[in-house]
Ligand binder design. Structure first.
Ligand SMILES: Cc1cc2nc3c(=O)[nH]c(=O)nc-3n(C[C@H](O)[C@H](O)[C@H](O)COP(=O)(O)OP(=O)(O)OC[C@H]3O[C@@H](n4cnc5c(N)ncnc54)[C@H](O)[C@@H]3O)c2cc1C
Length: 486
């Protein structure tokens, strides 16, 4: 039987849910407030340069394949997914650098050169991540978090037979590695979910494991091709995808959703409403008189992003390069205090190193990102300029040319701009941070108490990042199949 489904938000999770539900024959209408689909996974073209404005590295390619297979399609027929080798180059202020590869023998050789005793530590670290993945894949990543939270799921996560599985992430890294370089390198992984290594649980060791086991990938022509392909599949299956369509209210009665009302005054009757926007905005949409807001301290980090079109080729750059700050701990202390770091670690994505279709003949399309606190203020012209000066200073101190010279395009995305563009409080990229096990594992449930209301996306279970968002779409679709009747 066919259900009338209204999806609020055309981010990756909303589109993937539209694909799944439309393929099952439901009447799907997706409403995206912005002029383009994709949410944070978006793209920008100017002066012959093409940029991904959000994700630049994906892992768990099998999860992306499943999203296409849900509609009877093959990912390979739509996008050209390429494995990165090496995944990234890491550079330290003293000139030390290394190439991180997921080729085990080559990577162990690299570790041996830096600190021979850390070969054993790395193998134990990988084993810990593998065990966490094994347990969480079965109990957490592919299963709904019911409302109220399912404590059995949580308890199964607590009973790891590994000494280091519980406790603090950075301390766990210290216990496995002696080299300060490897410690800093592995401490970067909690930032993949917008969190500090010094405040996250050790269970986030699953992130480096996932990257090592499944590789780091990019898409020829840009990751936005994934959004475009899934959107066209959803449409081919009969879903209507509307842009410039902001929902201002979820209407309900007798404990059930009834319709969504848009800001243009129109109304869509619905048996099921799927919220893909930030979970923190749900209370306001359902008319909760005292909606619970995510406190600033609970927010994941945001980013200060600069998109740069460079006139000349930069052969010294890798596809992914991480330029570390001199004092990582101090950097996170400043972020915790709500300040943009004086010496930020800078991540550079230069996809044009692997894919020349992204530039106008020559030059580079660069995406530079530094972690930034998820606060809407102050971020005016002065603070933006000052932040970029700090980013540039770090790059120059680490041996790069001053990127402020030789660029044709230079566009800054502050936390404020990220938050306003994608309707995310404070520009918190991953909703809540993963500080402490509660935040890491107990995210808003995909099925809400109000009947017919579901959540998908990075701010809900099982969490942020593109593969987990696709898993949330799968979980929500399965829950709709189980609980809803037309
Ligand atoms: C700079 C940056 C770098 C990133 N890097 C990576 C990376 O390398 N790898 C990775 O895996 N992930 C990365 N991410 C995270 C990844 O992009 C997100 O986790 C994922 O795309 C979120 O998808 P989502 O389904 O939660 O939707 P979102 O992208 O959050 O989109 C939600 C959509 O809902 C819309 N919306 C909200 N409210 C309403 C309303 N009332 N009416 C209509 N529409 C509404 C918004 O406009 C938005 O378009 C990055 C993100 C950013 C910003």
């Amino acid at each position: 039987m066919s259900l009338r489904v209204a999806i609020i938000g055309g981010g990756l999770g909303g589109i993937a849910t539209a694909v799944r539900l439309a393929a099952q024959g439901h009447q799907v209408t997706l409403c995206e407030a912005s002029p383009t689909l994709g949410g944070k996974m978006n793209s920008w073209e100017t002066h012959g340069f093409r940029f991904d404005t959000g994700p630049s590295l994906i892992t768990m390619p099998h999860v992306f394949r499943e999203a296409f297979e849900a509609a009877g399609e093959r990912l390979e027929d739509h996008v050209d997914l390429q494995r990165l080798a090496p995944v990234a180059k890491y550079i330290w202020p003293d000139g030390t650098n290394l190439l991180h590869t997921t080729n085990l023998p080559a990577w162990l050789d690299t570790i041996r050169e830096i600190e021979p005793r850390d070969v054993d530590g790395f193998m134990r670290f990988l084993q810990l991540g593998a065990r966490i993945f094994e347990v969480s894949d079965a109990t957490f990543l592919r299963r709904p978090m019911s409302a109220p939270p399912d404590w059995r799921v949580f308890k199964s996560l607590r009973h790891f037979p590994f000494r280091h599985a519980w406790g603090n992430y950075a301390r766990m890294v210290n216990a496995h590695f002696k080299s300060p370089y490897l410690r800093q390198m592995f401490n970067r992984y909690p930032t993949y979910v917008g969190s500090s290594p010094y405040r996250s649980p050790a269970t986030l060791a699953v992130i480096p494991y996932l990257e090592f086991a499944f590789g780091g990938w990019f898409v020829t022509g840009g990751l936005y091709r994934i959004v475009q392909s899934l959107a066209s599949i959803a449409q081919a299956k009969g879903a209507e995808l509307r842009v410039n369509a902001e929902v201002e209210r979820i209407e309900h009665g007798s404990g059930r959703v009834k319709s969504v009302r848009l800001t243009d005054g129109s109304k869509l009757d619905a048996d099921v409403v799927v919220m893909n926007g930030d979970a923190g905005l749900l209370g306001q949409l359902i008319g909760d008189p005292a909606p619970r807001r995510v406190h600033e301290d609970e927010r994941s980090m945001s980013g200060f992003v600069t998109l740069m079109g460079m006139r000349e080729d930069m052969p010294g750059l890798d596809h992914h390069t991480v330029v570390f700050s001199a004092d990582y701990r101090h950097e996170f202390d400043q972020l915790d205090a709500g300040d943009f770091p004086t010496d930020p670690t800078v991540y550079i994505n230069a996809p044009s190193r692997s894919d020349r279709s992204l530039v106008p003949g020559r030059g580079e399309a660069l995406f530079l990102m530094a972690n930034a606190p998820a606060r809407m203020t102050p971020w005016d012209a002065g603070t933006t300029r000052a932040a970029f000066e700090r980013v540039s200073a770090r790059l120059v101190q680490s041996g790069f040319a001053d990127l402020r010279e030789g660029n044709i395009v230079c566009d800054h995305w502050t936390p404020r701009r990220i938050g306003t563009t994608y309707h995310m409080p404070g520009g918190a990229i991953y909703g809540k941070n993963s500080h402490g096990w509660r935040n890491a594992f107990l995210r808003p449930a995909n099925k809400q108490q109000l009947n017919g209301l579901y959540l998908v996306g990075g701010s809900s279970h099982p969490g942020g990042g593109t593969p987990t968002v696709l898993l949330s779409a799968k979980i929500a679709t399965e829950l709709i199949g189980k609980h809803e009747r037309a």
